[in-house]
Design a protein around this ligand. Structure first.
Ligand SMILES: Nc1nc2c(ncn2[C@@H]2O[C@H](COP(=O)(O)OP(=O)(O)OP(=O)(O)O)[C@@H](O)[C@H]2O)c(=O)[nH]1
Ligand SMILES: [Mg+2]
Length: 268
């Protein structure tokens, strides 16, 4: 059976775990068989019952004791240890034989995307079966430089994993309507963000207390680079609290796999 592996990726606290829960529940509601995998050994309260859980093998606490390291060192060791469990994980997935496999990745995204485990998982599952749902944190997305930085980080994950990605604005329920519209407009029409940057320039940005000197120039350069490389993508707003937007994410995944588009075109 064809399986689709959905990697849920995003900065710490961006809503990966709750998205995993909400998307799995939405699929259940639609009677689409799915399983969830928790790859975060440091997860404390996992609000869904993970079908496969890396904490069955080790937790952050175990690693701290065994390797005599602090929490940061343990996170790094944990990320690398995940890779050693790939065969067991693959066996368990085969046992379930579900068409949808949703993978909740560790808190700090770079531990998974930049170190070898992310790449290894994608290789073992098969690139053509994998998709990344990249969560944009709504609070970081509110400012032009924050939003551009998240696109930049999403692009780094795409570069490393080399799989199609879906850009999702998480926790959209916490944004007032005008903020939500603003961020969605930036993602649909990048020139809006440029206008905002110019406006900030006119307000003599460096004098604003909450803005670092030099930010304007860097943000401008980053904007042009991301636009030229076509890294802007329309964001899909979701809420894991209300279930809003889960259908749109599902449709986009279906489009990627069964829409007949050229995969290469979809990745970037
Ligand atoms: N209002 C609202 N809160 C949310 C939503 N999704 C997540 N949250 C809250 O945001 C916080 C972080 O969510 P998580 O899903 O744990 O985020 P994460 O990316 O898994 O976090 P780490 O794994 O610790 O990096 C939690 O307190 C959630 O209750 C949402 O859609 N709406
Ligand atoms: Mg989490």
């Amino acid at each position: 059976m064809d399986q689709i592996y959905v990697f849920v990726v995003g900065t710490a606290g961006s809503g990966k775990t709750y998205f995993t829960k909400a998307f799995s529940e939405w699929l259940d509601f639609k009677k689409i068989d799915n399983i969830t995998i928790n790859l975060d050994p440091g997860a404390e309260n996992v609000p869904y019952s993970a079908d496969i859980d890396v904490r069955e093998w080790f937790t952050l606490e175990d690693i701290m004791v065994k390797y005599n390291v602090g929490p940061n060192g343990a996170q790094i060791i944990g990320a690398d240890l995940i890779a050693t469990k790939i065969d067991e994980i693959k066996d368990e997935i085969e046992y379930y034989n579900s068409p949808y496999v949703i993978i909740d990745t560790p808190g700090q995204m770079e531990l998974f995307t930049l170190r070898s485990s992310g790449e290894l998982f994608v290789r073992v599952f098969g690139e053509k079966n994998c998709v990344m749902v990249y969560l944009y944190d709504p609070i970081i997305s509110k400012t032009p430089s924050g939003f551009l930085s998240l696109i930049f980080m999403a692009s780094s994950a795409v570069l490393r994993l080399n799989i199609p990605h879906i850009a999702v604005l998480s926790k959209s329920d916490i944004l007032p309507n005008h903020e939500l519209e603003k961020i969605l407009n930036w993602s649909i029409n990048p020139d809006f963000i440029y206008s905002e940057l110019l406006e900030m320039e006119n307000k003599e940005l460096s004098k604003l207390s909450n803005t670092r000197i030099g930010e304007k120039g860097i943000a401008n350069d980053l904007f042009h680079m991301l636009k030229d490389l076509k890294f802007f993508k329309p964001l899909i707003p979701v809420s894991s609290t209300t279930g809003f937007g889960m259908d749109d994410v599902y449709d986009e995944i279906q489009e990627i796999y069964y829409g007949g588009d050229d995969l290469e075109k979809l990745i970037y």
